[in-house]
Design a protein around this ligand. Structure first.
Ligand code: ATP
Length: 387
């Protein structure tokens, strides 16, 4: 979709901002460009929409050399979101969002209707925010308008230059989550600049780690964290990359344990039997539709109490979808001060629970998959032998 062929940019003052970039971004892929200040990330973006011209090499967009496309036409095919959003101060949020479609010759009414849909999509109710002016919004809301505006012309490609850089960490994480959800829907080809490796790891399908004007590694987040290609990349991702890995490793079925399961309508006698049969001190409680209700401890004493599970069950509202990141799992465990978290499938059916041990194993699995350490493989074989 977007291809850099041996692209270099030397500014007239002699600065070699970008040196022989050669990489490709597939259609619908989100690639993060990450690196320290001054390493050439912004220049790389500006070469795509011709705010700068390369001094060597060429950039192909859907097979077409961008140097041969009229810059104004080109920019209409490429959404651009920057840190200082650049909204028009004297236009309402709705009109700001509708700017490009109007320029493209869409009727004002159709453009506004589309703008309202997009505001909705980025989490801003058009009835509440559509009529406001940019200075009546918070920083996070302005960034959302910036994203909505960039999507308004439905461009196949989005360039995002530190779009969430100017907001506080909590808002930033929310914007990142919203953007990921949005990207699942719109599937744009995205180049996303950040100097924050955590952000790069969370958002990117692939990451380009920049050194001075060059890409040091172009790989999946797990590979960049697990197998840094150079010392530079290793020091850039940092010594706590084991922790960062939590954000890119999903919870899988094999990480789950299955405690005994009882239902709200079961008698306590039956529930007690079930737990004793599995030598468990508690059981997960599901409702009649197999949905998570909570849990119940093993009844004490020799005689099972009368009544049903419904009368003694305790609520447990925390759960995770299969595929959630280990980071989210860990954070949910801490938030609910829980020793286990239920994991549900896409139809909200109970699959099992994740425990701290399961989480640790999942992290090991992820590290093993990258390092393929012979030593650990041997340890595993011994374990299998002992079972
Ligand atoms: N118009 C220009 N003329 C001369 N040099 C420039 C120009 N724009 C950028 N540079 C230089 O090119 C290099 C790369 O700059 P660029 O803005 O691409 O880096 P960056 O990685 O985006 O940095 P930051 O994270 O600080 O925004 C820097 O050394 C910068 O000083």
């Amino acid at each position: 979709m977007l291809r850099f062929e041996h692209v270099s940019k030397r500014y007239p003052n002699g600065t070699m901002a970008v040196d022989d970039l050669d990489f490709e971004v597939a259609e619908g892929e989100l690639v993060t460009l990450v690196g320290p200040s001054g390493c050439g990330k912004t220049t790389t973006m500006k070469l795509v929409n011709r705010l700068e011209e390369p001094t060597a090499g060429r950039i192909l967009l859907a097979g077409e050399d961008v140097a041969e496309v009229d810059p104004v036409r080109l920019r209409r095919r490429i959404g651009y979101v920057i840190q200082q959003v650049g909204l028009f101060p004297h236009r309402t949020v709705l009109d700001n969002t509708a700017t490009v479609p109007v320029l493209l010759g869409r009727g004002r009414r159709a453009a506004r209707a589309r703008a309202a849909e997009l505001l909705e999509l980025v989490g801003l109710d058009p009835a509440v925010y559509g009529g406001r002016y940019p200075d009546q919004l918070s920083g996070g809301q302005r960034q959302r308008v910036g994203v909505a505006r960039a999507l308004a012309a439905d461009p196949p490609v989005l360039l995002m230059d530190e779009p969430f850089g100017a907001v506080d960490p909590v808002v930033r994480e929310r914007l990142q989550n919203e953007f990921l959800r949005l990207q699942q829907e719109v599937r744009k080809t995205v180049l996303f600049v950040t100097h924050d490796i955590e952000e790069a790891v969370r958002l990117g399908d692939r990451i380009a780690v920049f050194g001075q004007g060059r890409i040091e590694q172009y790989d999946s987040p797990a590979a960049v964290l697990g197998a840094p290609a150079t010392d530079y990349v290793a020091s850039f991702v940092g010594s706590d990359r084991g922790l960062k890995r939590l954000s890119v490793t999903p919870v899988e079925r094999g990480d789950l344990t299955r405690p005994p399961v009882v239902h709200l309508a079961d008698s306590m006698a039956r529930a007690g039997e079930r737990m004793r049969a599995e030598d468990a001190r508690w059981a997960v409680v599901l409702d009649e539709r197999e949905r998570l209700h909570g849990w119940i401890p093993l009844p004490e004493g020799p005689e099972p109490p009368a009544g049903t599970v419904a009368e003694r069950a305790r609520r447990m509202e925390a759960w995770l979808p299969l595929g959630a990141s280990l980071k989210r799992a860990f954070s949910t465990m801490l938030q609910y001060d829980a020793g286990w978290i239920a994991v549900l499938d896409e139809a909200d059916r109970f699959l099992g629970v994740l425990t701290p041990d399961g989480l640790h194993e999942a992290l090991r699995r992820s590290i093993d998959a990258d390092t393929r350490s012979v030593e650990r493989a041997e340890v595993r074989l011994e374990n299998v032998g002992a079972v």
